[in-house]
Design a protein around this ligand. Structure first.
Ligand code: IFM
Length: 436
């Protein structure tokens, strides 16, 4: 076995990540399915069969995780499958998730379960979804059921995935973000999601005292387009605060200070992290352009065109941003950090090897500087259904390519590289020279 020249610590968690709706297929009782039916996806596609995890292919893909030599996988469970009607639990669905988790453990893969990854039961819409306090209670009951059902198979829990991204999705009307809807809803939704997190944290620990519980926060590297332009600097600060700073402050201090709407104190939020998860993907330049973007409060965010970036709108490939955001987390929290997502949409795999090496090198440097980083989950194991972009060829994130007609999986070069990195226990000089 090759030895790493840039080794990661003993016991470092090497993983991949997926979410229920994006891989399972056949999920038609949740609100995202409903939204997709209104044609808000690229090519108006529905998730359809996705990667057919629900009908039996999860087990095959778990073997692929093992082939990659990963030691952990972050998956989510679908609330609508487990509780298809209020207070009615579907034991068949629970048994299916138990089978998936059991297969994972048998393959030597430690599961992390995300309890909320964007989708909700459609019935929750009638009750105001995440805009009302009653949802915090309902979520808590579902969390308790999940821990009672899967606690013997899983001890690593992620309560909520990316509150800010979900909050933005809540503002969707048609195909554009933030062009319609009530901007106050963004802040309201995040407020209740954070309360949901606090309740879930307490419930999980009551039922499973040794559990390790955290949240996955998406952080972007926001930079001002022109650092000498005061408006751009302010625009950048607003974006950083609204997208992540506001949540992190609440998690650290219990103080809820939204840009718009009522301030509050959420004391039960303090000390509800056994670890903090960072989902990091890209960098954007932010500028203030009120005439170009009235619908987004005059803020425009875009990648620098001369820098490597994914598809249009996706943002710029910027490994240093991983370090910038890790430092932000470190200043606020004294808990282990997991990179709960990191990846790049690129159907031809052209940028993914470089992306992987550059970001892992940045991570290695952060660990040398004493950052308590305990694991890395690559998004994603396999190509899957991307929320708005559906099955667009530009939005393939997988280490395995998937042909969605035949369901054939093919390991990409980036997947082979990830396996090599895990086998070596880190990066070798050769990998860095070849790709970075
Ligand atoms: O596919 C999503 C995932 O569901 C949440 N984080 C970002 C990924 C890529 O857009």
């Amino acid at each position: 076995m090759t030895q790493a020249d840039y080794p990661f610590p003993e016991g470092f968690l090497w993983g991949t990540a997926t979410s229920a709706y994006q891989v399972e297929g056949g999920g038609d009782t949740n609100d995202w399915y409903d939204l997709n039916q209104q044609g808000c996806t690229w090519n108006e596609a529905l998730a359809g069969r996705a990667d057919e995890w629900w009908s039996g292919r999860a087990e095959e893909d778990i073997q692929r995780m093992a082939e990659l030599k990963t030691t952990t996988h972050r998956m989510s469970i679908a609330w609508d499958r487990i509780e298809p009607k209020p207070d009615q639990w579907d034991e068949v669905a629970i048994a299916r998730y138990r089978a998936i988790l059991t297969a994972m453990r048998a393959a030597g893969i430690r599961p992390m379960i995300t309890l909320h990854h964007f989708t909700n039961p459609l019935w929750l819409t009638e009750f105001g979804c995440w805009q009302t306090p009653a949802t915090v209670d309902r979520f808590d009951r579902y969390v308790a059921k999940a821990v009672e059902s899967f606690g013997d198979l899983c001890d690593l829990w992620c309560t909520i995935n990316e509150p800010s991204v979900y909050g933005l999705y809540n503002l969707i009307r048609g195909k554009n973000l933030m062009t319609g809807g009530d901007p106050r809803a963004y802040f309201r939704v995040i407020y209740y999601l954070l309360k949901g997190h606090a309740r879930a944290y307490a419930t999980i620990h009551r039922l499973q005292p040794d559990a390790e519980v955290g949240i996955a926060q998406n952080m972007v590297a926001w930079h001002p387009s022109n650092p000498r332009n005061w408006f751009d600097v302010l625009a950048k600060r607003v974006m950083a605060r609204v997208f992540s700073g506001m949540m992190l402050e609440a998690l650290q201090t219990g103080r809820w200070r939204p840009l718009i709407g009522r301030r509050d104190t959420i004391p039960e939020l303090v000390d509800t992290l056994d670890w903090i998860g960072l989902n990091y993907y890209q960098r954007y330049n932010v500028r203030f352009a009120p005439f170009r973007s009235p619908g987004t409060f005059g803020l425009v965010w875009e990648p620098r065109p001369d820098h490597p970036h994914g598809p249009p709108h996706w943002g710029e490939f910027y490994p240093q941003g991983l370090i910038e955001n890790l430092e932000r987390l470190r200043r606020r929290f004294d808990v282990p950090i997991l990179i709960t997502e990191n990846g790049i949409p690129c159907g031809d795999d052209a940028l993914r090897e470089k992306f992987l090496v550059d970001h892992l090198y940045a991570l290695w440097q952060a660990i040398q500087d004493g950052m308590p980083i305990k694991g890395y989950y690559f998004w994603s194991l396999i190509d899957n259904f991307e929320w708005h972009e559906g099955y667009s060829p530009d939005y393939r994130f997988g280490l395995y390519d998937v042909d969605f007609d035949s369901q054939k999986r093919t390991l990409r070069d980036s997947g082979k590289l990830y396996r090599g990195i895990i086998e070596a226990g880190g990066l070798t000089r050769g990998m860095v020279e070849e790709h970075a």
